[in-house]
Design a protein around this ligand. Sequence first.
Ligand code: CA
Length: 406
Amino acid sequence: MAKNHYAPFLSSDKLYSRFYLCLLLIPSFYLLASCNQIENANTEQAADCQLVQEGYGPSGTVEIKAETVVTGLEVPWSIVFLPNGDALVTERPGRLRLVTDIYNNPELVPQPVISVDIPSTSEGGMMGVELHPDFENNRLFYLCITVSEDGELINRIERWHLSEDGTSAQQESIIYDEIIAAGIHNGGRIKFGPDGMLYTGTGDAGDPDLSQNHQSPNGKLLRLTPEGEIPGDNPEPGSPVFLSGIRNTQGWAWPDENDANIVWLVDHGPSGEMGRTGHDEVNVANAGDNLGWPTIYGCQEQESLKAPVLSWVDAVPPGGAEIYTGDAIPEWQGNLIIGTLRSRHLHRVILQDGLVEKHEVYLQNEYGRLREVIMGGDGELYVTTSNCDGRGTCPEEQDKIFRVTR
Ligand SMILES: [Ca+2]
């Protein structure tokens, strides 16, 4: 069919090579098109999912400003705020750093609290950090770190004890070591839920089938006890899986501080798998949901799989996500705020009754790639840049933490 269509090109020798190029390309185009038809025959577009066809969304309508807190960081991935007003921040290459008096007079302590050798992986390293719910009394905190164990790369959840002055720490235990690590789709965030359980976001580690394999912790949101055990009331008895069908999440938050069962979670869309690209997602998920990867993507839906509420055709990929609860920007209260990497902006999503009412773009290209987004103990929103991760332009002052306020 392609041959007949392009037969006139045969009359010109000059176009001969172009003709053969077309001959190579056209069949693959038809192949892709027919694949899409097969795919569409089995999937519907979810009525409740907003698909942004071009760009990322309308510009922000609320006045905000960003204030630099500290600079001189290398891929700051996750922050926790200590009860005394200090903060700990992970640097993906393998360091935990202390920022003293982060709310008022922030200083980055030059000597790392922890420094570990990280096996070389582009998206792995020292990622999530989280405090034990009883940190004030036991000074325990958790890290999600990529390590080499018996020759295999894994993302391990370790528990550490912070010294009284906060400048050093000792490993206390390894609580979970079953997550396959990879240079891509590596997850890595850990957060305690309102139910006092430890949630871990994982990626498919480049193997999409793992996301639908309930024997694998990859491509999931996991729910564990603070000791790393499987809670008795998980959606699937005996399994750490809380949500499945995830490609690679680095961010989620609970809209109701009294209900851990509803989670707003961002996920990375495909970057070439099965000819698919873009289509990063915002999901409103309930305990036990299957978010569909790789069976469906973008706004597609299928029986027993949960479609997102927002997706972008153009690649965003989202870093961290947080629900704004501060007083400084009252218009943002209760909204999901997402740091985006490739699209280099802060994204505000207003959700009403589990659906997207409105969404907006802030700080477009002003700070570069954005990773962590988290509310501080002072009621202000803190964000980290990820410009020194090899995929951005690393400035002389390196990566930073900034505060978003009025
Ligand atoms: Ca999905």
